[in-house]
Write a protein of this length. Structure first.
Length: 431
């Protein structure tokens, strides 16, 4: 692909926290066509635990959907729980799901996101007016699943993160999507670990953490994020290896679409648990295709500040007391997760993506995880089975205070030890 500005421009979908002022702002941009969200909890569950999400009523949801429509924005309701607890074909559960879909119809929701083929099929059979999007949790990263999902009625598929930087794969997938009339969506601002070993388990945990009858709606220890953040702070190259897409690099994807004549690519921006200030900063950066500052200000990296979760602290600590957890160890866990963000200088990342466009090898190379505090002996990006490309760029663009980093690592490791030894589950130390 040539490094030129494309005539084709992608549209954006963005998470909402139901703030109408935020909605007014993005409506002015003109390229934000959908917002997505859901009730704090429902019978199906979703992709984030309730503890991190705003609380709204059915009446408020209906009012917000109408507000979006008045501003030319569609609303996608999330039914993207990866696990339904094996209840899919239980009559009582089925009836509750149908009732939920009827209510969504009544308030004129435009589309839904699903992770279950079962939900996709019954929605298209009984509620064909809904636009159906397939969740990233289904890990679609090859051509065959595109046909399967399209055949059972899906209108759109969000590809798994690994596809974001594999342009040869994207070219083939977008070309096939064009043939079968399928919309493809990429998530631009997640910071999931490359080939994350916690991904499926994390999705299932979140599914249960947002269902009506689950205790984890109130008290939730995010073991996966704890590990994820520890991986990244120990080896900051993992931040670079996450498959985010910078605002400045959106044009490469538009050029690819123009090259193959595909006009149905959309870019999804997270995060539902964030404040309006954070969401607006992110929307503005991607609309303008530029951000001057810390890239992690607009990438969904769990850390200090800008989260809705603080609204639920009182219930959270009540649950800690009721269940008899070790309160100090739980506090240590929260500090281990919500630490000061590293500084990723976005102005130093021009050119970073080009290597992947022409030389993608992430599917068959091992990331260089040698001690981050020790300079790499070779400047080669790829040597044998080991790739140092992201490590080399991390050294160039990422700043972390060494003492803060040491303390974060120690605290996170202590928390993992408290979990793995079972100490965190007991108020008093056991002999």
């Amino acid at each position: 692909m040539k490094d030129i500005q494309s005539k084709y421009k992608v549209d954006f979908d963005i998470a909402t926290n139901f703030d109408k002022d935020f909605t007014d702002e993005i409506a002015e941009y003109g390229d934000f066509k959908w917002v997505y969200g859901k009730l704090n909890h429902d019978v199906v569950g979703g992709g984030r635990p309730s503890i991190r999400l705003p609380i709204i009523s059915w009446e408020e949801l209906g009012d917000y959907v109408a507000y979006c429509h008045e501003r030319g924005i569609k609303f996608n309701y999330l039914l993207n729980a990866l696990c339904l607890g094996g209840m899919e074909l239980q009559k009582s559960f089925h009836e509750e799901v149908i009732e939920l879909l009827k209510k969504l119809t009544e308030i004129k929701v435009d589309g839904v996101t699903v992770a279950s083929p079962y939900l996709c099929e019954i929605i298209k059979e009984q509620f064909p007016h809904f636009y159906v999007s397939v969740s990233v949790y289904n890990k679609v990263q090859s051509i065959p699943p595109l046909k399967y999902w399209r055949d059972i009625g899906a209108d759109e598929i969000t590809l798994f993160h690994t596809a974001n930087r594999d342009f040869n794969l994207l070219r083939r997938m977008l070309s096939y999507a064009k043939e079968i009339g399928l919309v493809i969506r990429l998530i631009a601002n997640n910071s999931c670990l490359h080939e994350c070993p916690f991904h499926a388990n994390h999705a299932v945990t979140h599914a249960h953490g947002s269902k009506d009858d689950e205790q984890t709606r109130v008290f939730h220890i995010d073991y996966q994020v704890l590990n994820c953040n520890l991986f990244k702070i120990k080896n900051p190259y993992r931040i670079m290896a996450s498959e985010w897409i910078r605002p400045e690099d959106i044009h490469y994807y538009e050029e690819l679409c123009e090259e193959i004549g595909y006009e149905d690519l959309t870019i999804k921006l997270t995060e539902r648990g964030r404040t309006s200030e954070w969401l607006l900063r992110t929307a503005k950066a991607y609309h303008n295709r530029s951000y001057q500052g810390n890239l992690l200000d607009i990438i969904n990296y769990v850390g200090k500040g800008d989260f809705y979760g603080k609204l639920h602290d009182e219930k959270y600590w009540d649950k800690v007391e009721q269940e008899g957890y070790n309160k100090e160890m739980v506090k240590n866990y929260r500090e281990s997760v919500f630490y000061k963000l590293p500084y990723v200088d976005n102005t130093k990342l021009d050119g970073f993506l080009k290597f992947f466009i022409t030389n993608y090898q992430c599917d068959h190379k091992i990331c260089d995880d040698s001690d981050y505090d020790v300079e790499t002996a070779t400047k080669d990006n790829v040597k044998g089975e080991v790739c140092s490309y992201c490590r080399n760029w991390a050294k160039k663009a990422i700043t972390i205070d060494p003492e803060e980093r040491r303390q974060i690592i120690a605290k996170a490791q202590e928390t993992l030890d408290n979990i793995n030894s079972s100490r965190i589950f007991y108020r008093e130390e056991r002999g």
